[in-house]
Design a protein around this ligand. Structure first.
Ligand code: NDP
Length: 265
């Protein structure tokens, strides 16, 4: 028996990277998946590779009007959603601006990062609950980060937004339980997963290999994680096997947060 048989899921930022891997894993486990993103060409391609169990919809997670239209469309086309994965996120380094420390970061870039990473998750949870209410059941999965659990001096807005995602997940979990809804809400906290998000930081050519080694030198398992490894955790949280899990946070970080470089030997 497939673990998500008969379920219908929406994944944001699913054109590539972790979102695309989650969409693929969900389809493999029997779900129908709405692949959503702002990169329409890549999103269409990802969905078409998944065959008849997936379709692409444009959804900019920052825009409430787009959430409203998307959820109304899905409700009419296939009925209520069972699973929503709020995955779309940005680091703020995409446009090449590299000053994101608390002293010099611009207010504009701070707001831009929060708009996608935090407003997007707030709206995703709001409209997930709206879609799931008729069935009184569902699973919401928010992709936070290890940066939501510790401070990151060089990525202040990213860390702040991901910490807020962690906390909002718990608020949504408690709210749904209070409402008597069997809607579970959990967060996943990946670290160093090899996706295109890293391209601006790793560069290309000869320096890429060296930078990759440097980035994972503090990771106990000394390697980047793969998007499929995060997708496996999402399958668990989306499935009925996780029926007693809500408001919880799962790290997938190669052991990074298990200890500290400053730990006594
Ligand atoms: P990628 O950058 O590879 O993919 C993110 C996707 O989201 C892209 O297709 C991007 O489109 C899309 N996107 C960006 N903005 C929006 C928006 N406003 N609305 C809808 N889609 C949007 O990222 P990853 O797969 O690496 O990351 C996925 C999630 O995992 C993010 O939330 C990230 O913060 C989190 N994460 C990733 C880690 C990692 O090491 N990779 C570690 C910890 C957390 P476009 O290309 O057009 O911008």
């Amino acid at each position: 028996m497939k673990r998500l048989a008969g379920k219908s899921a929406l994944v944001t930022g699913a054109a590539r990277g972790i979102g695309a891997a989650i969409a693929r894993a969900f389809v493999e486990q029997g779900a129908f998946v709405f692949v959503t993103d702002i990169d329409d060409a890549a999103g269409e391609q990802t969905a078409s590779r998944l065959g008849s169990s997936a379709t692409y919809l444009h959804l900019d997670v920052r825009e409430e009007s787009e959430w409203l239209a998307t959820i109304e469309h899905i409700d009419q086309a296939r009925g209520p959603l069972d699973i929503v994965v709020n995955n779309a996120g940005i680091t703020g380094f995409e446009r090449g601006e590299h000053v994101h420390d608390p002293e010099r970061a611009s207010l504009e870039s701070w707001r831009e990062v929060h708009r996608t990473n935090l407003d997007g998750v707030f709206l995703g949870c709001k409209y997930a609950i709206r879609s799931m209410r008729p069935k009184r059941a569902g699973a919401i999965i928010n992709i936070s980060s290890r940066s939501g659990l510790v401070g990151i001096p060089g990525a202040a807005a990213y860390a702040s937004s991901k910490a807020a995602v962690r906390n909002h997940t718990k608020t949504v979990a408690l709210y749904c339980a209070e409402q008597g809804l069997n809607v579970r809400c959990n967060s996943i906290h990946p670290a160093a997963i090899l996706t295109p998000m890293w391209d601006p930081m790793l560069g290309t050519g000869a320096e890429r290999e060296q930078r990759m080694k440097e980035f994972v030198s503090d990771t106990p398992v000394r390697r980047f994680g793969m998007p499929e490894e995060v997708a496996a955790v999402a399958v668990l949280l989306a499935s009925d096997e996780a029926a007693y899990m809500t408001g919880s946070e799962l790290s997938i970080d190669g052991g990074l947060l298990a200890g500290s470089a400053a730990a006594p030997r």
